[in-house]
Ligand binder design. Structure first.
Ligand SMILES: *Cc1c(COP(=O)(O)O)cnc(C)c1O
Length: 222
């Protein structure tokens, strides 16, 4: 199947400032190892149980990204090792992450998931709610989480103009936050958007972290 070849083909076309998260959800350990042996270290999963199992079985220097929706009661399983949480979308969840990070004597890197898709089904915070969260006293008191940036998912559509507009919107929100609430915070520097079907568009619109699964590992069988 040529996972290493697919991986290289993706790496050849994305600029060097863009981080590639290889989305290995539903895929067995062997194919992840194939990518690992080709030198890749950033992998993404969207289910806590799968992520924990793979982390236990696979090499310890893999950087594991949780890209799916995260429930508060499962944060404890990821807190000891997770590299980046992409889907943070509530103050309550962030509070739990902060507490579990403290128990593990860590500071956990997080992205706020912003609602950019026009369709109803996606998770994420509208910009106004996000601003309120950031301005809250509770947020100010959390010193075991570090907000690295934003994550967004475009509408599932063939309309590339709409997708582009949604990514552009996410970048605008990112820039506004970077110029205000996260001013002087150099570590607020990650914009996670773009998947197999729309990563090129996303990078054109300012993404520096793409999450690519099927293009590397082939289609998923659920
Ligand atoms: C599955 C998934 C991806 C990767 O999707 P592909 O289309 O296979 O590249 C990216 N981001 C999230 C949040 C996902 O759940």
């Amino acid at each position: 199947m040529g996972v290493a070849k697919n991986l290289q083909a993706v790496k050849d076309v994305i600029p060097s400032h863009v981080t590639l998260v290889a989305v290995s959800k539903t895929k067995p350990d062997e194919v992840i190892l194939e990518a690992y042996q080709a030198g890749h270290r950033d992998f993404g999963e969207n289910k806590v149980q799968d992520l924990v199992g793979k982390q236990e079985r696979l090499p310890a220097d893999i950087r594991w990204h949780m890209i799916g929706h995260l429930q508060s009661n499962k944060v404890k399983y990821l807190a000891p090792f997770v590299h980046l949480l992409h889907g943070v979308d509530s103050l309550k969840l962030l509070g739990v992450i902060n507490r579990e990070a403290e128990k593990n004597d860590r500071v956990i890197d997080c992205l706020f998931q912003v609602r950019i898709a026009l369709e109803e089904t996606k998770f994420g915070l509208p910009e106004e709610d996000l601003k309120q969260l950031i301005q809250s006293d509770e947020f100010a008191a959390m010193d075991h989480v570090r907000i690295r940036g934003l994550m967004g998912m475009a509408t599932y559509t063939e309309n590339s103009n709409q997708i582009r507009e949604e990514f552009r919107q996410l970048k605008r929100i990112f820039d506004r936050l970077k110029a205000s609430q996260f001013k002087n915070q150099e570590s607020f520097d990650q914009l996670s958007c773009g998947m197999s079907g729309d990563y090129a568009l996303a990078i054109e619109e300012g993404s520096n972290l793409v999450r690519i699964g099927s293009l590397i590992f082939g289609p998923r069988n659920y």
